[in-house]
Design a protein around this ligand. Sequence first.
Ligand SMILES: Cc1ncc(COP(=O)(O)O)c(C=O)c1O
Length: 447
Amino acid sequence: MSDITKATAPTAALTGSMRDFRVPGGADLLKRTEGFFKWQDLRRQNGLWPFSRATEDGPNTICMAQDDRGNKMRGVNFASQDYLSLSSHAAIKETAKQTIERCGVHSAGSPALVGNTSYSVALERKIAEFLNMEEVVLYPTGWAAGFGVIKGLVRSADHVVMDMLTHSCLQEGANAATNNIHLFRHLDNEYCRNILTKIRAKDKENGILVVTEGLFSMDSDTPKLAELQELCREFNATLVVDVAHDLGNLGRIGRGHIGVQDMLGNVDVVMGSFSKTFASNGGFVACNSRAVREYLRFYSAPATFSNALSPVQAATILKAFEIVGSVEGRVLRLEMMTNILSLRDQLSEAGLDYYGDPSAIVCVKMGSEGLARLVSRRLPELGLIANLVEFPAVPKGAARIRMQVMANHSEKNIADAVRILKTAREEAEFELERSRQPAQSPQHVAA
Ligand SMILES: Cc1ncc(COP(=O)(O)O)c(C=O)c1O
């Protein structure tokens, strides 16, 4: 153990959350950031701030990285979002190189002007075909697509009805668009129906956007999409489904839960990200109307006023879709799923519990923030890189270590990760117990 992990962690570094500093008081906008920094730095100095890490040579299954103090670590990597391991795929790298040779590295314009490329135009058609939908708009990131689709369609008199656990991009988009935001209990379509009934009893004039995800990124669970889409039709509402985490990697043909639930082409609006499965930054919105597409192109600010995906990104994503749709893609999905099931089995055998259904997201339950932080501190020293997730990203007292599985993980990677996680948890439990003991005075110790 390092000197840091041998020392007892101060209580203030094991408690509190980022929520405490979300609305800092004071007239000086810059000065009032200091409260957060003080708390964060206490955690950092005690090795309990595992965020803002940097990899050295890509998100590979064994990975060199450094924390935000420059401390190096090397370990088996379950912290990267490259589910089908396409970011290091030879054909993807070759495509990127050839595109750079031909076009350089920059789109040099927004999609509303001359930032599109022959690759981005082909990519829009590819995604539409892949999803059995008519039209696609590309965005510079998945976050921008989630924010942009809501802000682009919803006006202040409209309503957004959303699953309470939807991603930040969707929540921020809703907050920017209207004050009429109604959250429904996670995956609870009946609760959603009650909200829609109440809204329509009073307001038949304005729009309602219902927002959910194909696969929730902290809980690995999924709504009943057909039922939700049916509800939207009944109440003259529009459904948006964020498929960031399942598109391309789940289901026999890789269409995620929309495919698994036989809803291809039948969801009003599909929004996604390329950054989990398709080896690039970027996002998209797919719909079934040219009018909606043209409207978003010019009224959804991140699609209008931000530079387009670079030609390298668009060409890379296009190649990734080709692989995902091929026999090789099916093999990669099978390899990924074999790894997921093996990881879940080995965690259970080790007495470690996890959330949700089989997917690339395997969140291992820790409970208190203090315990999870101590586990997370020990992981890189033992050779595992995995992400700590705590309140407010998940409920208080439901902190977890998020493991993200890739197709290229080996059986040994998985066995090593489980062994390390089990050891780290046992040590952290002991450490937490020790930190709760009252400090002993010298006489007490002598006695
Ligand atoms: C559900 C969900 N939607 C959207 C995004 C944003 O995508 P990106 O990281 O590609 O901007 C994420 C990213 O973590 C996500 O988990």
